[in-house]
Design a protein around this ligand. Structure first.
Ligand SMILES: Nc1ncnc2c1ncn2[C@@H]1O[C@H](COP(=O)(O)OP(=O)(O)OP(=O)(O)O)[C@@H](O)[C@H]1O
Ligand SMILES: [Mg+2]
Length: 326
């Protein structure tokens, strides 16, 4: 049995920039520029970073909604990148994606029953799916009386439950949730996160939970992958990341989480400057233009992800010096 449900190795997702009437490729938007991480069965990885750092592009590449420019993706030891479309289609139910906006991702002309049942009809032809649809509605906290209602009749939180039920109906093993709670009120966010944690235990799911806010992923994640401009900066067990961030970028992300007690002041390191364009990103460390520790080495050479200890990894030339590690 493979101990990793997913392995991502040096994944690159580039979007060509075309110009002129001949539509010549004049450059690439390097949305994801060589990232590596893995996921254990039943584990939750929180994928975080500022807007535009490539989180959605990563998620979509894993389900073939984005082309992979380079790199490898293994699902249960099987190379997804080398699978033909028809072989990949057989695996498709296993890996499901949930999107941020529960409204636009649900067809307004279909009833809840039809929405949840639609993928089932495709994958389980000739079966009466109503019973299954009701099972998944109840599992996600939706009453079966809602079966014939339309998406506009539901609140944001309920709509996200519909989205989750639709994904679950295919009995996936891995769910990529792209900012599933970002569009919801804070009180509702916790309900959906708790629901996802409950479902994970009951159905033995593995999650990639995408968010741009570190506070959102804190409770649900076992490990956190911090991305910046298409690169991974740090991977750390969740607790350690919050208590002892090592990467200068992670330090500033943690510092920007609002402090619950007003008046409490700590040593806070806020981010300076703008995130560079992914069309023309720094040659060396992608964070070098905003990092107060950056020197010539950082500007010239991209740091590779190295192991700090156990499952804690970092991509920074100077992490030892910055954190007083011998
Ligand atoms: N289909 C596309 N064509 C061209 N560029 C794209 C495409 N999709 C994404 N990009 C670019 O790739 C970069 C990464 O985008 P992505 O949506 O993956 O970021 P993100 O981390 O999910 O951001 P957000 O937090 O705002 O959702 C951005 O610069 C974006 O403009
Ligand atoms: Mg996104």
């Amino acid at each position: 049995m493979e101990e990793r449900i997913l392995k991502v190795e040096d994944l690159k997702v580039y979007f060509p920039v075309k110009k002129g009437i001949l539509k010549k490729t004049v450059g690439y938007i390097k949305a994801v520029d060589g990232i590596s991480f893995d996921l254990k069965p039943g584990e939750t990885i929180g994928l975080v970073g500022e807007s535009g750092c490539g989180k959605t592009s990563t998620g979509k590449a894993l389900v073939r909604l984005n082309p992979i420019h380079e790199g490898k993706v293994y699902y249960n030891g099987q190379s997804l990148t080398e699978l033909k479309d028809e072989e990949f289609n057989k695996l498709r139910p296993d890996i499901q994606m949930i999107f941020q906006d529960p409204f636009s991702s649900l067809n307004p002309r279909m009833t809840v029953g039809e929405i949840i049942g639609e993928p089932l009809k495709f994958h389980r032809k000739n079966e009466d799916v109503t019973e299954l649809v009701i099972k998944y509605m109840e599992l996600t906290g939706l009453r079966k009386e809602y079966l014939k209602r339309y998406p506009h009749e539901f609140s944001g939180g309920q709509r996200q439950r519909i989205g989750i039920a639709r994904a679950l109906a295919l009995e996936p093993k891995l769910i990529i949730a792209d900012e599933p709670v970002s569009a919801l009120d804070v009180s509702i966010q916790a309900q959906i996160i708790n629901l996802m944690m409950k479902l994970q235990k009951e159905l033995n799911l593995s999650y990639i939970f995408i968010a741009h806010d570190l506070s959102v992923v804190k409770h649900i994640s076992d490990r956190i992958v911090v991305m910046y401009l298409g690169n991974v900066m740090e991977i750390s067990p969740s607790k350690k990341l919050y208590s002892e961030p090592f990467h200068p970028y992670t330090k500033s992300l943690i510092a920007s989480i609002p402090v619950p007690e007003p008046g409490k002041k700590g040593k806070r390191e806020f981010l300076q400057g703008e995130i560079p364009s992914p069309l023309n990103s720094p040659v060396g460390c992608k964070f070098s233009t905003r990092c107060k520790y950056a020197d010539d080495l950082c500007k010239e050479k991209r740091p590779i992800l190295e192991i700090v200890e156990g499952e804690h990894q970092i991509a920074c030339h100077h992490w030892r010096k910055i954190n007083n590690v011998e």
